[in-house]
Structure formats: C-alpha cells, structure tokens
Design a protein around this ligand. Structure first.
Ligand code: HXC
Length: 258
C-alpha cells in the first residue's frame, strides 16, 4: 500500500515502519496516525512478519502531535470527537512485539508513541519530553500514566510540569529505555534485536507481550496468576516440546509456531 507519511519495508521477518514527515519533525497528524494504524494492523496480520520496528529520522522520532492541526480545536471538538482515542485502541491490539528505535526528539505524543511500543532502543542523541505544558495543555496519550510507571512519580512530575527534556543517558538510568547505542548503530541494533525475537516461537513471544503488559493493568497477584496460566498454556504447543528437546540434544530449536 502506498502511504504519504510513513514508509514500510518488510525485511525477512521484520516489518520496518519509518515515520516520514521530515518537514515537521514527524509530527503526528491525522493522516500519519491513520496510516500508521493501517500499517500496524497489516503487519500484525501478515504471517511472515514476526516483529515490528518503528522508527523516525535521525533528527526526530516524532516531535509530538501536530500542533497546527490542534491549534483551532475547541473543547467540543476534542471531547465530542474523542480526540486521539482511536489510535491507541488500534495500536494496543497489535499482538506482535514492537520495538521503537528512537533518535533525536521524542516529545509529547512522540514520547507517548515510543512508550506504547514494547521495547525502546535509543540512540545517544535521543531526547524525551512531555512539553505539552508549554502549550497550555498536558499529555493526552500516556505521558502522565505510562511515563510515571517507567520513571517514577518525581521524574514524571518534573517532566510534565517543567516540560524539560531527558537525554538518552538519563532515560536509560531511569528505566524509560532498554538500551542506548551510538546513533550510527541504532538501526542495526534495533533490527538485530527484532531478528533475535523473530527466531523465537511466535506463540511464546505473543504470550510474553500479553503477560508483561498485564503487569501494568492488574494487581501483582492477578498478574502472577495470569502469567502462570499463560505459562501453563504454552505446554500445549509443539514449540515447547521442540525448545526443550533442542536444549537437551544440544542443538538449535526449529520453532514452527505450532
Ligand atoms: C507541528 C512541528 C512540531 C509539532 C516541530 N514542527 N514540531 N509542527 N507540530 N509538534 C515543525 C516546526 O514548526 C518547523 O516547521 C519544523 O517542524 C522544524 O522544527 P523547528 O522548530 O524549526 O526545529 P528546531 O528549532 O530544531 O526545534 C525542534 C523542537 C521544536 C525542539 C522539537 O520543533 C519543538 O519544540 N516542537 C514542538 C514540540 C512539542 O511541543 N511537542 C508536543 C506537541 S503536543 P517550519 O514549517 O517552521 O519549518 C502533543 C500532545 C499529545 O504532542 C497529545 C496526545 C497525542
């Protein structure tokens, strides 16, 4: 499918989705959000795809929701139209792992988009922030919720109240990102990580994604029970028998998603 604001490339078992509005630092306008949702739904359906990588440009992952599209909106438009509710609903239904490869600015909706992904790999040039406060508003897509769970209350308040940016080193130290790599190595690291995930049983990787996400949505006991039951259910798969046999036979497993 031809898109205007994103570029999609399928490489082996990886769908690479690149945000592509260079003139606006990949600001998230309505077209981009619609196209991104479509690309994600397609990647999720495509049985060849086993992992998704989402990235931007060297200068910006995404500098936030498109301010020019929001400037004239009224409360009635925002609340009545339930602004930004459709996109996360679609995004969060994707069952395959999504890696955000972040270089440059990940601000406002851009930071929130990265946090909706399953793993964030950052280049040493990455800058994260929730600067909506400078526009007289606040985060609307997880910046007060997911960020607080990642980095704790004090830093989340600091970023949301002052609008200051967090560099890659602080983001890694605070638990926002899983690794920081030199800018030149960002894409090779993200693609290698995706390839590693693509080698696993897709049944098991989907089960991991659902279970880790449960930790945010339930009490510890509920989450632990969910995890244990999903773990039990994987014993119904051929991939479990294959994975464990391969270990004992000292060979690489051949997973078939069965
Ligand atoms: C629309 C944007 C934009 C945005 C940048 N641009 N961010 N357009 N919406 N969020 C445009 C600029 O207007 C400019 O266009 C071009 O991209 C390059 O940006 P510059 O400002 O010239 O670049 P630079 O001086 O390097 O500064 C980079 C920057 C700054 C620090 C990232 O652009 C900035 O502060 N952007 C806004 C960041 C922000 O407030 N984000 C939160 C948005 S609200 P022209 O045509 O002039 O060249 C939000 C709400 C989320 O995300 C709610 C739920 C989704």
């Amino acid at each position: 499918m031809a898109f205007k604001t994103i570029i999609v490339e399928n490489e082996d078992h990886i769908a690479l989705i690149k945000l592509n509005r260079p003139d606006a630092l990949n600001a998230l306008n309505a077209t981009l959000l619609t196209e991104l949702s479509q690309a994600l739904v397609e990647a999720d359906k495509n049985s060849k795809v086993r992992c998704i990588v989402l990235t931007g440009s060297e200068k910006a992952f995404a500098a936030g929701a498109d301010i020019t599209e929001m400037a004239d909106k009224t409360f009635v438009d925002a609340f009545g139209g339930d602004l930004f509710s459709e996109f996360p609903n679609k995004f969060l239904r994707v069952r395959k792992p999504i890696i955000a490869a972040v270089s440059g600015y990940a601000l406002g909706g851009g930071c929130e988009l990265a946090m909706m992904c399953d793993i964030i790999i950052a280049s040493d040039t990455a800058k994260f922030g929730q600067p909506e406060i400078n526009l007289g508003v606040m985060a609307g897509l997880g910046g007060t919720q997911r960020l607080t769970r990642f980095v704790g209350k004090s830093k989340a308040m600091d970023m949301n109240l002052t609008g200051r940016f967090m560099d890659a080193e602080e983001a890694e130290r605070s638990g926002l990102v899983s690794r920081v790599v030199p800018a030149k190595k960002l894409m090779s690291e993200a693609m290698a990580t995706a390839a590693k995930i693509a080698e696993k049983s897709a049944l098991a990787t989907m089960a991991v994604k659902e279970s880790v996400n449960r930790s945010y949505e339930s009490s510890l006991n509920e989450g632990l029970l969910f995890e244990r039951r999903v773990f039990h259910s994987l014993f119904a798969t051929e991939d479990q028998a294959e994975g464990m046999a391969a270990f004992m036979e000292k060979r690489e497993p051949q997973f078939r998603d069965k």
